[in-house]
Design a protein around this ligand. Structure first.
Ligand code: NAD
Length: 433
């Protein structure tokens, strides 16, 4: 099948590459000329494990091409996916500017029946808006389908090829058949394609992300309580997770959730609820807890050191989570800004997100090529992103390099008693300090 993907970011590029790999003829479109030129050279503008090899293979086999010219790609396509960004607008609602602009351009380019699929995370009712916008500029027949994406950055290829479920919102039998055909290679095991109405599909994505964010904030509140009453949140996590009704995933307290999805999707869900006269108090609390949590490490540092002025701080990890270079809404950004705001000096290290960190901070901070280099003369280490590379460092070597052996462990990665035995002053999240 000939497919066009509009928006070649984390989602569009992964979806396009995976569809090409399953035998379809895919054109990825983006308005970002530099991004398209990079891709046309066979280079991948983002870090995503496994993506580069798969992309190169499919480009070489001529199933995957890149262009800025939507009007040349759409006319022959049976399915056109909209995978552009939906950032938070001023009042927290999802900004649909890019989605509706893409719809407008698709409408002008359609020449025969096509399926237009909203893969971007979009609020309830967007499929209807997309349908209206397209209908304004074409007479040809088309269907609009909601197909929210659930992939996780860092494991995106695997998630796309082996999804837990595929959610498809449509009322059209023709669309249902085409979507089943497209996704058949990825749901060979029991994992289902769940067909539903478009509004339910749109809301499912927000409900899923909001639930995950809720689990994180819940654990962060339990961690806060542990710090007040004495108690180890990690023991509690295990005690809770063993209950099959609860399970282990997403029970890790830390420096708060970040990334390009949870923060904006929680905001957008609150905004949608408000628009329809529902005050989603629970999600507002989830958001408040998260904001507090992002500030926690710097507060702990101030409590320990008094003034942070002219102190040197190593920060390990800038991306919002391991295995990605994405720093959108990353807790590390807030931690580093907090340290700089109090006069501290920051030397950071991240295995793949240095470029993104440089774009944000420029020469306001220094960039180390190894975790140990970042520790030179450091008054303290802040572990913010739990990359595997940071999990088992040589503590004796660290102690020898650092000015004072103080660790703020934002992900509860290290064992506090081992560190204290080695003479470190250790601060974790909800572990008694
Ligand atoms: P992104 O910012 O990485 O990519 C979006 C791309 O769309 C950009 O390259 C931008 O230049 C392009 N674009 C904008 N307007 C365009 C237009 N009119 N025509 C062509 N291209 C255009 O975004 P992303 O992280 O891939 O997210 C895309 C959507 O998918 C969002 O709604 C997001 O919430 C959702 N989503 C993201 C993830 C994730 O992990 N990143 C997971 C699931 C869902």
């Amino acid at each position: 099948m000939k497919i066009t993907i509009v928006g070649t970011g984390y989602v569009g590029l992964v979806a396009g590459t995976c569809f090409a790999d399953s035998g379809h003829d895919v054109t990825c479109v983006d308005i970002d000329q530099r991004k398209i030129e990079t891709l046309q050279r066979g280079e991948v503008p983002i870090y995503e494990p496994g993506l580069e090899e798969m992309l190169r293979k499919n480009v070489a086999e001529k199933r995957l091409t890149f262009t800025t010219d939507l009007s040349s790609a759409v006319p022959d396509s049976k399915a056109v996916f909209i995978a552009v960004g939906t950032p938070a607008g001023e009042s927290g609602d999802a900004d649909l500017r890019h989605v509706l602009e893409a719809a407008r351009q698709i409408g002008r380019a359609l020449r025969g029946y096509a399926l237009v699929v909203t893969k971007s995370t979009v609020p309830v009712g967007t499929a209807d808006k997309v349908r209206q916008v397209i209908a304004q500029s074409t007479q040809v027949e088309f269907d609009v389908v909601s197909n929210p994406e659930f992939l996780k950055e860092g494991a995106a290829i695997d998630d796309f090829l082996k999804p837990d479920r595929v959610v498809i919102g449509t009322e059209s039998e023709r669309a249902r058949k085409l979507m089943s055909e497209l996704y058949a290679p990825f749901v060979r095991t029991e994992n289902p394609i769940l067909f539903m109405d478009t509004r339910s599909a749109e809301l499912t994505k927000y409900a899923a992300n909001a639930m995950l964010a809720t689990r994180i904030s819940f654990m962060n509140d339990i961690a806060m309580l542990c710090e007040k009453v004495g108690g180890d949140v990690d023991s509690i996590r295990k005690g809770m997770g063993a209950d099959k009704r609860i399970g282990y995933p997403f029970l890790f307290p830390g420096v708060g959730y970040g990334g390009s999805c949870f923060p904006k999707d929680v905001k957008a869900l609150i905004a949608t609820a408000r628009e329809f006269g529902v005050e989603f108090d629970l999600m507002r609390a989830v958001e408040r807890t998260n904001e507090r949590q992002k500030k926690l490490l710097v507060q702990k540092a101030v409590r320990h050191f008094g003034s942070l002025a002219d102190r040197n701080f190593a920060v390990w990890g800038v991306s919002f989570k391991p295995k990605t270079d994405d720093t959108r809404e990353a807790p590390a950004i807030e931690v580093i800004e907090g340290l700089l705001g109090k006069g501290g000096k920051v030397f950071c290290c991240d295995p793949v997100a240095e470029g993104a960190a440089r774009r944000h901070f420029g020469d306001r901070i220094r960039y180390a090529s190894s975790p140990y280099e970042a520790l030179e003369k450091a008054d303290a280490l802040f572990l913010v992103t739990e990359w595997n590379q940071f999990r088992h460092p040589d503590f004796d070597r660290m102690k020898a390099i650092m000015k004072t052996p103080v660790i703020f462990d934002g992900r509860n990665v290290f064992n506090p008693s081992v560190l204290r035995e080695k003479g470190f002053i250790y601060f974790g999240i909800g572990r008694g300090s």
